[in-house]
Design a protein around this ligand. Structure first.
Ligand code: 5GP
Ligand code: ZN
Length: 113
C-alpha cells in the first residue's frame, strides 16, 4: 500500500531499526517508545486490523505472537511484558497496518489507560 508507513518500512523506503526479519514478518523498534523495550512486529502482508484478517491469515497471526515471545526472551523481559494490539481509533490505533506491540522493561498497570 503506497500510503502506508509500515509498507514503506517493509520495502526499505522508510528508515527503521529492524531487529528481526523472516519470510512473513519483520520486527523493529518503535519510533516513540513507551517502555525500555518497545518493538513492533508486523506482517509483510498489509491488512489494517484483525477485523480484516482472513481465515488464511490465522497461522500468520499466531506466528507474529511466537516471534514476539522469542524477542521477549532475547531482550530479557520475560519477567513481565505486554503484547498489545490497538484496534480502531478509539483504542489508539494510528497506523492501519496490523502490528503487535511488544513492551517490556518496566512494570505495567491494569487496566491499561
Ligand atoms: P498504534 O497507535 O497504531 O497502535 O501504534 C503505531 C505505533 O507505530 C506507535 O507506537 C508509533 O510510535 C509507531 N510508529 C508510527 N510511525 C512510525 C515510524 O515511521 N517508524 C517507527 N519505527 N514507528 C512508528
Ligand atoms: Zn501497510
Amino acid at each position: 500500500m503506497a500510503s502506508c508507513i509500515f509498507c514503506k518500512i517493509l520495502a526499505k523506503q522508510a528508515p527503521a531499526k529492524i531487529i528481526y526479519e523472516d519470510e512473513s514478518c519483520i520486527a523493529f523498534q518503535d519510533i516513540n517508545p513507551q517502555a525500555p523495550v518497545h518493538l513492533l512486529v508486523i506482517p509483510r502482508k498489509h491488512f489494517a486490523s484483525v477485523e480484516e484478517a482472513e481465515m488464511d491469515d490465522l497461522p500468520l497471526l499466531g506466528h507474529l505472537y511466537r516471534v514476539a515471545a522469542k524477542l521477549a526472551q532475547e531482550y530479557k523481559i520475560t519477567d513481565g511484558y505486554r503484547m498489545v494490539v490497538n484496534t480502531g481509533v478509539g483504542a489508539g490505533q494510528s497506523v492501519f497496518h496490523f502490528h503487535l506491540h511488544l513492551l517490556g522493561g518496566r512494570s505495567f498497570r491494569w487496566p491499561p489507560g
